[in-house]
Design a protein around this ligand. Structure first.
Ligand code: PEP
Ligand code: MG
Length: 314
């Protein structure tokens, strides 16, 4: 029955009582965006641009970049697309952008830190994004990965705005959770990357299978971090998305909605299951599930508590 309901769900993202939660897709190229466009999504919440260039040994030209970005924008028509600037380094090394031989690449020069070290490379990418946006008339916004300070967020946002585009950052580090209110002074939106936020909050390698309980997005401390950011977003009147793997799980999507998140971006294949499940519960039920999960003592009991809360009569 769940599968049937999912197949019949046509969007847009809403709880049973009409509270809007945008359901967006994560994509990495034009082909993927065309597949995602067949789903009932309201746009792309995470376009991972670095994955276009994994095989490249040299930096792609601005024109080359613009063509690749335009392919994604065209697939989305007039829907919004949040482009992430290169998240090179650590688990996604790019030959032309990554520092070789770092002893601890997850804590090294990755994400926006590469742009800070080489602003020209970031500017050329932003020029490529702006050119593709102009060419296609798409609703394009740009965000940076792996930000840790207010100055970094401000520095990045100025460069994006200079090109007439909306600017945001990913929330992937505990420092940006703590600074969320101040970051919103400089930004139009944020998107929480639960994969890295887990890694850096729990000091646990996201690639280590033996630590997967700690990097599980059901961990109450991760949920508490998400709540802090969502509340800061509400105070600022600005959107707070989640674009890590957490957004792909229907029960967790309910909890994230209850925590105050305004959009969920996940693999295109998960869109219907998430949107459909969300359409079956009220905002109040989402909030009850979120409170139950937050009060749990670990990831396993958090998921159980959320499920049990949903089974309570309203
Ligand atoms: C994340 O960290 O949650 C995220 C969405 O980015 P990536 O998985 O590409 O690091
Ligand atoms: Mg990340």
């Amino acid at each position: 029955r769940t599968r049937e309901a999912a197949a019949g769900w046509t969007g847009p993202g809403r709880t049973a009582d009409g509270h809007p939660v945008q359901i967006l897709a994560n994509v990495q190229d034009g082909a993927g965006a065309r597949v995602a466009a067949e789903q009932p999504i309201e746009g792309v919440g995470l376009f991972r641009t670095e994955l276009l260039f994994l095989e490249r040994t040299t930096e792609p030209s601005v024109d080359e970049q613009a063509d690749l970005y335009a392919a994604v924008f065209e697939a989305m028509g007039d829907k919004k697309v949040i482009v992430r600037t290169l998240d090179a380094g650590s688990d996604k090394p790019l030959a032309f952008a990554t520092q070789p031989d770092e002893p601890n690449p997850a804590l090294g020069v990755r994400g926006l830190r590469i742009g800070l070290a080489d602003p020209g490379m970031l500017d050329r990418q932003l020029d490529g994004i702006a050119a593709a946006s102009e060419r296609t008339g798409a609703d394009v916004r740009v965000m940076a990965p792996m930000v840790t300070t207010e100055a970094e967020a401000q520095w990045f946002a100025e460069r994006v705005r200079a090109r007439g585009l909306q600017a945001g950052i990913m929330i992937e580090t505990p420092s940006t959770v703590l600074l969320a209110d101040r970051l919103f002074r400089h930004l139009d939106f944020v998107s929480i990357g639960t994969n890295d936020l887990s890694q850096y909050t729990f000091a646990a390698d996201r690639m280590a299978p033996t630590l997967s309980d700690l990097t599980d997005p059901w961990q109450p401390a991760l949920l508490a971090s998400i709540k802090l950011v969502a509340q800061a977003g509400q105070r600022a009147g600005k959107p707070v998305g989640v674009c890590g793997e957490a957004a792909a799980h229907p029960l967790l999507a309910i909890v994230l909605t209850g925590l105050g998140v305004t959009s969920l971006s996940c693999a295109a294949s998960a869109v219907r299951a998430v949107g459909s499940r969300l359409s079956q519960v009220t905002l109040e039920q989402c909030q009850a599930a979120a409170e139950a999960a937050l009060a749990a003592s670990d990831n396993i009991t958090a998921a159980q508590a959320a499920q049990a809360a949903l089974q309570q009569p309203p």
